[in-house]
Design a protein around this ligand. Sequence first.
Ligand SMILES: [Mn+2]
Length: 356
Amino acid sequence: MIKFIHTADIHLGTNFKDSYFGGEIGNIRRKELWETFEKLINQVKKQSIDLLLIAGDLFENDTFTFKDFFRLTGNLESIPSTKVIIISGNHDKFHSNSFYLTEQWPDNVTILGKSGLDSIYFRDLNLNVIGYSWDNYSRKESSIINQIEIKKDSSNILVLHGDDTSAYMNFEFQKLKDLNLDYVAFGHIHKPKFIYENMAYCGSLEPLDITETGDRGYIEGIIGEENTFKFIPFSKRRYLSYKISINEDMNYQDVVNSIINNVSHSNLDFLMLEINGIKAREFDIDTLKEYLKREYFYVDVVDNSIEDFDLESLRESYKDTLIQYYIDSFDENELNEPTYKKALYIGLSALLQGVE
Ligand SMILES: [Mn+2]
């Protein structure tokens, strides 16, 4: 039986400078990437994992320092009985000064693909691991797939970084399936996804970009009498996004309830909230923001809602103007229909802005 953990897209060293959060939160996230990676190494120890697969983008070439390298190899050294397989991705691709090529890595680490398609056979596990890495040269990858040879009478795992659409390193999933490998470990797409039951993207270990919503973690696999592969949520934080559509009849508590009943709730998570619809004039959005800020680690509210209008008083104030005619052009009975009402309100907001 072979027990493995499949991870990828950890992006150690990312400084989050250009990210949505940047600044202080970016600094925190940079540290947390390390901490979650170290937690994963502990998990490897605790579960006596035979094989740790890192399918590309382990670190960020531009910002990964020598100190970072020292910290990384210290971690990998601490699991000497685990075989660590690394391929490079587009963010840590090989170049002349690459840590992958210039530095000494711990004995239990194998960097695959230093010159094209590559493999290593572990006799004690009767396991063949095939891998391919990114470098500075662009190659058409479909041909590489034709060169993959599985080792008969042993288990075979393939490690790749790419997808079925990119210009560089693209492969057809079906073709890989036809190779009848025991498992294919993909990196590159940050959202965890099983392509087939034995071919998967583990996703990023921690969500990196604001769009990386939902669970993040790694894949745990067993190759033996029965093969099992399953996703394990593991990230410290999640980025959650929620769009709420409100109406003028909802009071503060209605809006809060709708949010907490529909979005999971943890003070470790980021919440990206978009508010649409029509908001009652008494509704206090700042109180809502303050409340959510206490409930989540980070909250971002985009308020697209339109404040409810008092149509009668507007008609009075703007008697015999375009605004009154505009209001009167809408059928009062149909204003119960939310989209109809919203159309009136959008037009009114525009007209009133012109008046101011
Ligand atoms: Mn990546």
